[in-house]
Design a binder for this molecule. Structure first.
Ligand SMILES: [Ca+2]
Length: 267
């Protein structure tokens, strides 16, 4: 059953103005400045498959897609947002461990953690379209309209040709001049790349050209202490999807029983 959406009905300005303000703060901050401290405002929560070890999350034309990990439990899924029901699922055979997921111009691309295989899927049928090889580990993935952006758990992001997966450029991510390591799940929004930082409830908003962190988002407190305790140490935030229809973000995590619709707000 769908949970209650607390977004007020037709209050367009109330929804959009905080987003624009947050965006403005990100854009005007000089390179040397500290990132803007931000928090999350929860607008709604929805059920999420608590067996899904979420590694990638994206929304395309209102449809939610998810990549899950763990060997033997990895999959590509289309999920009904408001119910968490899995509408379609393609399982990845061992030893594959699903990771980041992105929608390029006409296909879904899914990373694998240590198998060095980027799997290409037909979005309409989930039929395999082949794959690319890459060196190193696969963590997060997003598509910025021109290039695929990949993380590997370091402080670097790798921009790749969506037609060949060839490496185009590498970007070093810094906050206050220091490298930000453990970049994980990604979401490309305009010229900003959002990344959640592995093992934390921290999301960084990265300027895609410079690699400078403009916004530091504290997303802690989405799950209750009880919910976290039930899941254990794997209960980390790992899933960011942008909804361009109302400028909100969808957040979830590994084995989380809920998925949240939030807005990033200055604090
Ligand atoms: Ca994402």
């Amino acid at each position: 059953m769908a949970s209650v959406d607390r977004v007020p009905g037709a209050r367009y300005r109330a929804r959009v103005l905080p987003f624009l303000l947050a965006l403005l703060l990100l854009v005007v901050a000089p390179a040397s400045a500290q990132p803007t401290a931000m928090g999350v405002e929860v607008l709604a929560s929805y059920p999420h498959d608590a067996r899904a070890f979420t590694q990638g999350l994206l929304l395309h034309d209102g449809a939610l897609y998810e990549s899950t990990g763990l060997v033997g439990r990895s999959s590509l899924r289309q999920v009904e947002l408001t119910t968490g029901k899995v509408l379609r699922q393609k399982d990845l055979p061992p030893p594959l461990f699903g990771e980041g997921l992105a929608w390029t111009t006409d296909e879904l691309v899914q990373l694998t953690w240590q198998s060095q295989r980027a799997l290409r899927w037909d979005p309409a049928t989930f039929a395999a379209r082949g794959e690319w090889h890459y060196d190193g580990e696969g963590w997060g993935l997003c598509f910025d309209g021109k290039a695929l952006v990949q993380s590997d758990g370091s402080h670097r992001l790798y921009f790749r040709d969506p037609a060949t997966f060839a490496l185009l450029r590498t970007l070093e991510v810094t906050e206050n001049g220091q490298p930000v390591s453990r970049l994980n799940e990604l979401e490309c929004v305009g010229d900003t790349i959002y990344a959640n930082v592995w093992l934390t409830d921290h999301i960084v908003a990265i300027a895609a050209l410079s690699g400078v962190v403009r916004g530091a988002i504290d997303a802690s407190g989405l799950l209750t202490a009880d919910e976290r305790q039930k899941i254990g140490s794997d209960a980390i935030l790992n899933g960011i999807a942008f909804d361009p229809s109302n400028n909100t973000f969808l957040l979830t995590g590994k084995l989380w029983p809920k998925l949240f619709r939030v807005r990033f707000v200055p604090r």
